[in-house]
Design a protein around this ligand. Structure first.
Ligand code: PMP
Length: 391
């Protein structure tokens, strides 16, 4: 039977970018130990205090259907958190709870793109972006950034791509580059959205992982609250990746429309998960800092370990749980490097090419194993890269 064009074309026909990851998984399944520095998954599990709150919620009967827009108390807590961080007045009517940030990205684009609309995104990009845009029937169009600009989108490129587009998707702190957009970059983005009447979808799932600079939510810039949908998640901030809990924050009419989508797709998020999320948000900064601390430490470790050489050059590592390394001095592509590293040393990293043409000649290293294993892996990476240059 024929499948829809929309679903058959989600991957765009090419590879989904996860080939090295799948190869590493196959090696592990066949009994070869592989150090995985691929996925953005913490090396700690969800904190037991959050799990206890979840357990208590299940025993208290929070196992039935939940309000589809999200539990009112959780929506209020998310709204208060966003208002405190940005100064933008935010109420529960601005919040839709979603089963994770990914579902939020899908729903946000579904809300603002019609079939055939152009949806802009910044290259390098998080691997699902083009597929997410295609899955709502939009036509993905990359805004290519350059290593020389620390992969920040430039005004000229934004304005060249914007005419006729419906939306622009950005992500700061950024996966895969680790770059945090500065005020000038965000002002350029806001101006392009206003000048060309675009919706801005702002993926802020790494907002608690900032090592240098400050996270600015573009919803707080003049004229932007009415045209911005912020996607948030507790996956990274609270190590709750498996719980699937996140949100969209935006103008009331957009949130009301997204409720209709949720009513006909996810039909809500598990009540006991929402209760645990509410508990986690009321624990304040200390818990979030505890969860972010290993990545801050490993980011500092990375800079120290790479300081004495220039074969692997880090892109400014300002936030998120990854470092992106320029490996062009080895003469290999990111894909060749990642595959050769996996074969020679059983260390799996993501090729830059998995995140778009702009990241060619780079690799992304997830800082997601304990400090000693991470430091040893980086030292191996340096030695391996140096052998490539010499040979
Ligand atoms: N956006 C970015 C940039 C991500 O890296 C991820 C997950 N790795 C997500 C969104 C989705 O996260 P989740 O669905 O777990 O909230």
């Amino acid at each position: 039977m024929k499948l829809s064009h929309r679903i058959s074309h989600i991957t765009g026909g090419g590879s989904d970018g996860w080939d090295v990851f799948y190869r590493a998984k196959a090696m592990i399944a066949a009994g070869t130990p592989v150090l995985e520095l691929t996925q953005g998954e913490h090396d700690i599990r969800t904190d037991p205090v959050i799990l206890e709150a979840m357990h208590a919620a299940t025993l208290a009967g929070k196992t039935g259907y939940s309000p589809v827009q999200g539990d009112p108390a959780l929506r209020a807590a998310v709204a208060a958190r966003i208002e405190a961080a940005t100064g933008v007045p935010t109420t529960p009517a601005n919040i839709q709870i979603t089963p994770g940030g990914q579902a939020g990205l899908f729903a946000a684009h579904h809300a603002v793109c019609d079939e055939g609309d152009t949806a802009l995104y910044v290259d390098p990009y998080y691997a699902t972006y083009p597929g997410t845009l295609r899955s709502v029937g939009a036509i993905p169009k990359p805004i290519v950034t350059r290593a020389a600009d620390s992969f920040r989108p430039q005004a000229a490129d934004l304005n060249a791509a914007a005419p006729g587009a419906a939306s622009l998707l950005i992500n700061t702190p950024n996966n895969p580059t680790g770059v945090v957009y500065d005020a000038a970059t965000l002002n350029n983005i806001a101006q392009a959205c206003i000048d060309h009447d675009l919706w801005l979808i702002s993926d802020e799932v790494y907002d608690t992982q900032v090592w240098q600079g400050t996270h600015i939510s573009p919803r707080s810039l003049p004229g932007m609250a009415e045209r911005t949908l912020v996607v948030g998640s507790m996956s990274k901030s609270h190590a709750m990746t498996g719980s699937r809990i996140g949100w969209i924050c935006g103008p009331e009419p957009a949130i009301a429309a997204i409720f209709n989508l949720a009513n006909n797709t996810t039909y809500g998020v598990a009540s006991f998960v929402q209760e645990a999320a509410l508990f986690a948000l009321t624990q304040g900064d200390a818990l979030e800092e505890k969860i972010a601390a290993p990545f801050r430490r490993r980011r500092d470790l990375t800079l120290a370990l790479l300081a004495h050489q220039n074969v692997l050059r880090p892109v400014p590592a300002q936030g998120a749980m990854y470092v992106m390394l320029d490996i062009r001095a080895t003469g290999l592509t990111g894909e060749e490097f990642a595959n050769a590293l996996l074969d020679a040393h059983h260390i799996a990293v993501m090729p830059g090419e998995s995140f778009g043409a702009a990241a060619a000649g780079h690799i992304r290293v997830a800082m997601t194993v304990d400090d000693d294993a991470y430091a040893a892996a980086l030292e191996t990476l340096v030695e391996f890269a140096q052998t490539l240059v010499v040979s």
